[in-house]
Design a protein around this ligand. Structure first.
Ligand SMILES: *Cc1c(COP(=O)(O)O)cnc(C)c1O
Length: 387
């Protein structure tokens, strides 16, 4: 019998991500101070790296950045619908059919090719507006951006267009988080050559930006007018061995709760495929989350979690909605005990970088992979109703 189908469960899922808005604030301020007088263009794509697109954008907007950067039109539109009014740069490629939507939502376009200029000019003229544009140059990433040899032609076309305002020129680094600076320096030199276009013609220099998190940490010479950090604002270093020239701390913890704890005799296998069998009597617990929540299946027989202030191994295959942990014969882990997936418990910590390494990936993928099925809670001074 359904008593009242309109009422949501009163007690939410015991698996959740918690985001500390005060820590996000501290990270933002640390980066801002490190790069000054360059200004911030914080990157909030992919749901703010799993931290919540709208919540994080609102927080960062309150710090007065030069703007916010997202990957796709839809992310920008969602921010506008949520009441974000600051400039929003969409860094991804332009689908010509979406140009009117860019204008409607007052989103700044990234233009990488002269072919886009005609359709932008036409749409802006038709709608009686001016398109805000950042031109992107491919200085060595081999992804978005006009090749340096074609940059002058693209800039000519943009500057000729009456309904286009060329606000900025930018590029993106491929290896800024790596120890060898050679390619990054080379990309910076290429960028300088491209922007000499403006000086050579006595034109005012537009706004310039290059630096991602790796460059903020390792290449102060790349700061220019704006910096575009993403990952480090969330308190995560792109790699474990990058110099920690700016002090940041993770703002996200991922937790769950033991929903079953039981003795398991030696020789009884665990989970699909029966890939793990204890060779001694032990105790296993069930954690109610799995790869359907973004906990990688590669962590089968490989990952670790914190329960009772200690590390314990994930045993057997990670399932879609649950996985099992061997807590050993001598613990009294009980139903309701907290499980730390990413975060601290007692003196122990599991970082996003560590989890990513077990899963043969990078912290970017580990964080953005936490699925929308996992509720986000916010705490801290700017917190909403959940705090
Ligand atoms: C994602 C992205 C960034 C941010 O990179 P981080 O390594 O997270 O700092 C900056 N610029 C562009 C073009 C991006 O795609």
């Amino acid at each position: 019998m359904i008593l009242d189908p309109t009422v949501a469960p009163r007690v939410p899922r015991p698996t959740y991500v918690e985001i500390d808005l005060d820590q996000l604030t501290a990270n933002y301020r640390a980066v801002e101070a490190a790069v000054a007088p360059a200004r911030m263009l914080p990157v909030v794509k992919a749901g703010a790296y799993g931290h919540g697109l709208v919540e994080v954008a609102r927080l960062f907007e309150s710090f007065g950045p030069a703007g916010l950067a997202v990957a796709f039109l839809e992310e920008g539109a969602k921010l506008r619908e949520a009441g974000i009014v600051c400039p929003i740069l969409v860094m991804g490629g332009l689908d010509t059919a979406q140009i009117p939507d860019f204008l409607h939502f007052s989103l700044t376009m990234t233009v990488s090719s002269g072919q886009a200029v005609g359709p932008i000019e036409e749409a802006a003229e038709r709608l009686g507006t001016v398109a805000r544009v950042h031109a992107k140059v491919d200085t060595g990433m081999g992804r978005m951006g006009v090749r340096p040899e074609g940059a002058a032609e693209l800039l000519d076309a943009l500057l000729r267009s009456r309904h286009v305002e060329l606000e900025a020129v930018y590029s993106h680094f491929a290896t800024a988080d790596e120890p060898d600076p050679a390619q990054t320096l080379d990309q910076m030199a290429t960028f300088r050559r491209v922007i000499s276009y403006f000086g050579d013609r006595d034109l005012p220099m537009p706004t310039l930006h290059l630096a991602n998190s790796g460059a903020v940490l390792q290449h102060p010479g790349s700061y220019l007018d704006l910096v575009r950090p993403g990952l480090m604002l969330y308190g995560v270093y792109p790699t474990d061995n990058i110099p920690r020239t700016v002090g940041i701390e993770p703002a996200l913890t991922w937790r769950s709760t033991v929903v079953l704890s039981k003795p398991l005799p030696a020789g009884s296998p665990v989970s699909y495929g029966a890939t793990w069998t204890p060779d001694r009597d032990t105790r296993i617990v069930v954690v109610p989350m799995g790869y359907g929540d973004g906990y990688p299946r590669l962590l089968s027989n490989r990952g670790e979690v914190l329960i009772g202030d200690r590390r314990h191994p994930v045993v057997g295959r990670v399932c879609m909605d649950q996985f099992m942990v061997d807590v050993g014969p001598d613990t009294d882990v009980r139903v309701g005990d907290e499980v730390a997936i990413i975060g601290s418990q007692g003196g122990e910590t599991i970082t996003a970088n560590e989890l990513a390494a077990w899963a043969e990936t990078i912290p970017y993928e580990a964080l953005t992979g936490i699925s929308s099925r996992v509720p986000r809670r916010y705490r801290g001074s700017a917190g909403g109703p959940n705090q």
